[in-house]
Design a protein around this ligand. Structure first.
Ligand SMILES: Cc1cc2nc3c(=O)[nH]c(=O)nc-3n(C[C@H](O)[C@H](O)[C@H](O)COP(=O)(O)OP(=O)(O)OC[C@H]3O[C@@H](n4cnc5c(N)ncnc54)[C@H](O)[C@@H]3O)c2cc1C
Length: 389
């Protein structure tokens, strides 16, 4: 059965865009769907830390352009259900689609305290984006809830606007000593450890929170609360895939055609560098998975008297094809084969290709079968054909 796509990527954040680009560069037909616009978390990050590119929107633009240049289709559908199998079936806001491989790179949901009345106060005092909403709290006190590196950075960013920033850490901080020093150096920032927010105050608009530390409970008057705790993974999205206690997906090799990348993966480090590396690995794994199932094309030694060269990895009698950018196709006539070997070798050196695909008809006098032609045209970016004597 022909699938709609070789690879469907769910989520076009840094992990998804990278996975999609890498898979497309291997010649696969790839769509990356996002229920919002491409970029994911990057859209909100005006300033990036621990990453070479300084701004989220700038990185988002570069990643999207690179994916599209590699041939990725950016889609704007929400994927509501994934049913693993061969093929994988996806229910989306635009109907059902099928794919050989699905990469779930759906990230995490927004931070939440899990308190009654919280959703009604989102945008009315509760925010998860210091860069976007910080200016709204100029000269007013805010609280930040969390314990990781990014909580510290968001608190520092908010300190540029708010009159006071109280950082409520549920247990102990997990941020680096360097970030602890920077926080300590700002007079308007107070870090409270072992703190739990127990209630939200305010009618229609947030006016404060109740905070418990140990046995003591106190009221904190704040105009804004920025929760970076309680972020949940895409639980319930994929049939049969287990999740951890935060709803992040636990990859399982036994589930066919399913890969997980970025923050959505249980155990992910939750940084841009880690999500990018994860995305790259998922793109490679998708290409490998498809190469393994693509064995219908027999790669023959097509030559009359030309011995297969040791270092010409793809020309292996009786082996199956691997994914490459460029394939050579000949009708098995010696001159055509030799011409292709020469051209292919020069292209391989010029583009530093790790290997070349090489296919041939078993017999020069029969037409190439349709499956072979389809396979070549869909899987490779360029097919050099020589059919002369
Ligand atoms: C406040 C904050 C600040 C941070 N600052 C930094 C920093 O300075 N440096 C750093 O290295 N890291 C930082 N991080 C971490 C970093 O942003 C993330 O690790 C990274 O962006 C995760 O990328 P991702 O592609 O896995 O997920 P995301 O960027 O979250 O992308 C997931 C995408 O999937 C889409 N999606 C979800 N479900 C579906 C669905 N069902 N159908 C279709 N689309 C769907 C979403 O719309 C989203 O676009 C920060 C995180 C936070 C919360």
């Amino acid at each position: 059965m022909t699938t709609d796509w070789d690879v469907v990527v769910i989520g076009a954040g840094i992990a998804g865009l990278t996975a999609a680009r890498v898979a497309a560069e291997r010649g696969l037909r790839v769509v990356a769907h996002d229920r919002m616009s491409p970029g994911g978390q990057l859209v909100n990050l005006t300033a990036l830390h621990d990453f070479p590119v300084p701004s989220g929107p700038e990185l988002m633009t570069t990643l999207t352009a690179a994916a599209e240049a590699a041939g990725v289709r950016i889609g704007y559908a929400e994927v509501t259900r994934v049913r693993p199998g061969t093929p994988v079936r996806l229910e989306t806001s635009e109907g059902e689609v099928t794919a050989e491989v699905v990469v779930v790179a759906a990230g995490l949901g927004p931070g939440r305290l899990g308190l009654p009345g919280e959703e009604a106060l989102v945008g009315r005092g509760i925010s998860t984006c210091a860069g976007c909403d910080g200016p709204l709290f100029r000269g007013r006190p805010v609280a930040v809830v969390g314990d990781d590196e990014w909580t510290a950075e968001e608190a520092l960013e908010l300190a540029g606007y708010a009159s006071a920033v109280t950082v409520l850490v549920p247990g102990s901080p997990r941020w680096s000593a360097e970030r602890a020093e920077r926080l300590a150096a700002v007079e308007t920032v107070e870090v409270v450890t072992g703190a739990t927010v127990t209630a939200l105050r305010g009618e229609g608009v947030l006016s404060g929170v109740a905070v418990r530390t140990g046995d003591a409970e106190r009221e904190l008057a704040v105009a804004g609360v920025f929760p970076f705790v309680g972020r949940r993974g895409p639980e319930g999205l994929v049939d049969g895939l287990p999740t951890d206690e935060d709803g992040r997906l636990v990859p399982d090799d036994e589930v066919p055609g399913l890969l997980v990348a970025g923050d959505a993966r249980a155990g992910a480090e939750q940084s841009l560098a880690a999500a990018e590396a994860d995305g790259r690995a998922a793109g490679e794994a998708a290409a490998q998975a498809l190469a393994a199932t693509a064995g219908s094309l027999r790669i023959v030694d097509p030559t009359y008297g030309l011995p297969p060269e040791e270092d010409d990895a793809a020309v292996v009698a009786g082996s199956t094809a691997t994914w490459t950018d460029v394939a050579l196709f000949t009708n098995s006539k010696p001159n055509a084969t030799e011409l292709l070997r020469g051209l292919g070798g020069r292209l391989q050196a010029h583009w530093e290709l790790p290997e070349l695909g090489f296919a041939a008809k078993d017999n020069a006098s029969v037409p190439a079968d349709k499956d072979t032609i389809d396979w070549l045209s869909q899987r490779f970016k360029m097919v050099l054909v020589a059919v002369g004597d």
